[in-house]
Design a protein around this ligand. Structure first.
Ligand SMILES: *[C@@H]1O[C@H](CO)[C@@H](O)[C@H](O)[C@H]1NC(C)=O
Ligand SMILES: *[C@@H]1O[C@H](CO)[C@@H](O)[C@H](O)[C@H]1NC(C)=O
Ligand SMILES: *[C@@H]1O[C@H](CO)[C@@H](O)[C@H](O)[C@H]1NC(C)=O
Ligand SMILES: *[C@@H]1O[C@H](CO)[C@@H](O)[C@H](O)[C@H]1NC(C)=O
Ligand SMILES: *[C@@H]1O[C@H](CO)[C@@H](O)[C@H](O)[C@H]1NC(C)=O
Ligand SMILES: *[C@@H]1O[C@H](CO)[C@@H](O)[C@H](O)[C@H]1NC(C)=O
Ligand SMILES: *[C@@H]1O[C@H](CO)[C@@H](O)[C@H](O)[C@H]1NC(C)=O
Length: 405
């Protein structure tokens, strides 16, 4: 796993002492220290049999651990997250088994006893609602539902052509296979996956923080014909719980700074107590490629509920790795409201999330904000204020987490 030696500076992580404060001032802009290096690589695993299928393996090798992310568009788009406690773990694929009706054992991370954490996310359905007659922005559902699109019924491009080793990214571009209404004739649903060879912040809003332990997914709906004039879209995400319980969904108040203006919140899905697997996102989506405040839409997440496997489109890679499982949980994300900007503006919608294993990256105050505060208050005042903030915010860390209702 991500072994975070030494303290990490972030809200609530450290006691308010002057030494820590000085360290905060001199810390890297991303508030992360003790950078363990990882060799991050991504490869497309070629299929030796049958119809070509996309299988993308991201491998982040550290001194004592390896993180594996396995993305595939075989069935609905899905990703496996596997953390091992050795730098020598490998992904083993038996294609003929993976593509068979009983894919159990077709995907393995070896040696099996090195696995410290494993789970999966499956993007199962795209929802569309007609919000024409919905005046209440908080209405649930946000309008009259159209029949959902099952993402298992999409066909996907060959990701090999989109693979960019320089940015460690690859793009899955899908459209409905059987599409009599030609909704996806000029459009696609895009899953852009990116891994990172160093810590940093995404160039695209909402500028999520990332580390070498994480990868980012941007989901975009581009150019597809909506079925109504004011269509609101939603995405259903399924995951595997650890044991009988669903992962917890937490809403964390976050610092509103220059990177995410007006978005005070960070939503997180955690599979257990830290360090664990996690998903993080800002509750915001964008209706223009150049995301900005004017094109930002609220992104609402429903609570996670245990869900019968039977009701979900099945992912062969999840089945191949985990065998038959019944501890699936699912939640819905809904992008936009009837009153705001929407997909209808430019037939564009995008939303990003970060997946990781270890300790989630935490926003610290950016150097710019610190600088402005320091100049405005003078150094003594600033030190007092910052110390006071830590006293106030430090111990509250856990109570700041609230389940999303
Ligand atoms: C994808 O394209 C590459 C090279 O362009 C080719 O070698 C490979 O067989 C193709 N795979 C799929 C899944 O079609
Ligand atoms: C890796 O493991 C060795 C032996 O268990 C330990 O001494 C070392 O501190 C570990 N290194 C890291 C970066 O965790
Ligand atoms: C792959 O799976 C098939 C079918 O289950 C099995 O017959 C074959 O021996 C496996 N191949 C390897 C290399 O394990
Ligand atoms: C919206 O309301 C109008 C007037 O009540 C009705 O004629 C129309 O069919 C409704 N549209 C939808 C999509 O429900
Ligand atoms: C797709 O784009 C073409 C050319 O821009 C246009 O003529 C056609 O009507 C579009 N089809 C759909 C279903 O939007
Ligand atoms: C969309 O709006 C146009 C123009 O206002 C209207 O003629 C059309 O009936 C609307 N379509 C739907 C599906 O509501
Ligand atoms: C997601 O939304 C759809 C459509 O409104 C609904 O049928 C489904 O039960 C919801 N799933 C969850 C997990 O809330």
């Amino acid at each position: 796993m991500c072994s975070c030696e030494g303290p990490r500076w972030g809200w609530g992580h450290c006691a308010p002492t002057p030494i820590l404060l000085l360290s905060l001032l001199s810390a890297a802009p991303f508030g992360l220290l003790g950078e363990e290096t990882r060799q991050v690589s991504l490869e497309v695993i070629p299929d030796q049999v049958g119809t070509p299928q996309n299988l993308l393996h991201i491998r982040a090798v550290g001194t004592n651990s390896t993180l594996h992310y396995v993305w595939s568009s075989l069935g609905p788009p899905a990703v496996l997250l596997v953390a091992t406690n050795t730098p020598y773990s490998n992904l083993s694929v038996n294609w003929s088994r993976l593509l068979s009706p009983e894919p159990d054992g077709g995907l393995m991370v070896l040696p099996k006893d090195s696995i410290q954490f494993s789970s999966a996310l499956v993007f199962t359905r795209l929802f569309e609602f007609d919000s024409t007659n919905t005046s209440d922005a908080a209405a649930k559902p946000p309008g009259k539902p159209y029949p959902p699109y099952s993402l298992a019924e999409f066909s996907w491009n060959n990701i090999t052509d989109s693979l960019d080793p320089a940015t460690l990214s690859a793009t899955f571009r899908g459209h409905l296979r059987h599409d009599p209404a030609r909704a996806f004739a000029n459009g696609s649903l895009v899953f852009r996956v990116q891994a990172f060879s160093r810590s940093g912040r995404a160039a695209q809003p909402p500028h999520l923080l990332h580390t070498m332990d994480t990868c980012q997914l941007e989901v975009a709906l581009v150019g597809a014909s909506p079925r109504g004039n004011r269509s609101i879209f939603g995405l259903e995400v399924a995951t595997l719980g650890q044991g009988p319980d669903c992962p917890s969904m937490l809403e964390q108040q976050s610092i509103n700074d220059e990177y995410a203006p007006a978005v005070f919140q960070l939503d997180q899905l955690l599979w257990g107590s830290l360090p664990t697997g996690f998903v993080q996102w800002r509750p915001v989506a964008f209706s223009q490629e150049k995301g900005n405040r004017e094109s930002s839409l609220p992104c609402q997440a429903s609570p996670l509920y245990p869900t019968l496997v039977y009701f979900l489109p099945q992912s062969p890679i999840v089945r191949a790795f985990f065998g038959s499982q019944d501890n699936f949980c699912a939640f819905n994300l809904t992008f936009g409201t009837s009153t705001g900007p929407g997909y209808w503006d430019q037939y564009y919608l995008s939303w990003s999330m970060l997946l990781g294993m270890g300790t989630p990256p935490v926003d610290a105050l950016s150097l710019l904000v610190l600088g402005i505060m320091a100049v405005a208050l003078g150094t003594p005042g600033f030190v007092l204020l910052a110390g006071g903030l830590f006293l106030l915010l430090g111990p509250k860390r856990h109570s700041e987490y609230q389940p999303i209702n």
